[in-house]
Design a protein around this ligand. Structure first.
Ligand code: HPA
Length: 237
């Protein structure tokens, strides 16, 4: 069985899937951290892999950029491949005074300027929430690994090149820690289908100063976050 956007066979995906935006990151995670990893889907080069981490089956599947793309892959993973937990691992910008480059944000919820959740939720505003169980596990891991982190709200924007940068200050005032482009699309898909979702992001851009991580710094901080996500995936606490 293939879905409209994936050519994996039934049973090819583990119950837990880590999701970076970039297919090359998905390959890197599979090559670096999973045992016996094999590629299970390659449609549009949006690669997915399945292997084992510490003896437990884990998959990693790229989701592309933005809510429309992540919505396609999350929907098909959950409704057609019976995936139970999706964990986004990405980067984000920040305008929050307490948040620094390289910090990790564990999202409890995600605001958005997208209309996607009103379309699903009868025209009302849905609070797009992460799974509490996954948030708790990720926070425990981040504490144990002494990773500098923040737990709270993020904002998933439809436009990277926003016409309204004044909104960054409003986000900081409302205690929104990070700005990215996918979580508010993922969380409700999991909720509607009895699955769980989480988003963990490293801060790569300071939206107030224009500072950003170099490619090397991105790679190191990415590794720190991947380990938080993988340990969350196999945690029993
Ligand atoms: N905006 C939106 N998404 C992002 C950013 C940003 O500044 N940085 C990393 N992902």
């Amino acid at each position: 069985m293939a879905t409209k956007h994936m050519n994996a066979a039934p049973g090819d995906f583990a119950a837990t899937v880590l999701m970076p935006g970039d297919p090359l990151r998905a390959k890197y995670i599979a090559d670096t951290y999973l045992d016996d990893a094999r590629r299970v889907t390659d449609v549009r080069n949006m690669w997915g892999f399945t292997g084992e981490y510490k003896g437990q089956p884990v998959s990693v599947m790229a989701h592309g950029m933005g809510i429309p793309s992540v919505s396609i892959y999350c929907t098909e993973l959950i409704t057609e491949y019976d995936v139970r937990r999706v964990i986004r691992v990405g980067s984000c910008g920040t305008s929050h005074p307490d948040v620094q480059l390289r910090d990790v944000i564990i999202a409890m919820g995600a605001c958005t300027d997208s209309n996607c959740n009103r379309m699903r939720f009868g025209g009302y505003d849905l609070a797009a929430l992460a799974s509490y169980d996954l948030v708790e596990k990720a926070v425990n891991v981040a504490r144990r690994q002494k990773v500098r982190h923040h737990v709270g709200n993020i904002f998933s924007a439809d436009l990277f090149y926003t016409p309204d940068p004044g909104m960054f200050e409003t986000m900081a005032r409302f205690n929104v820690y990070g700005l990215e482009m996918e979580a508010a699309g993922m969380f409700p898909i999991a909720a509607e289908n009895g699955a769980e979702a989480l988003a963990i992001c490293t801060v790569s851009d300071d939206l107030r100063t224009g500072d950003h991580l170099s490619a090397d710094e991105r790679a190191t901080t990415f590794d720190e976050m991947i380990l938080v996500a993988l340990e969350t995936a196999v945690a029993n606490d």
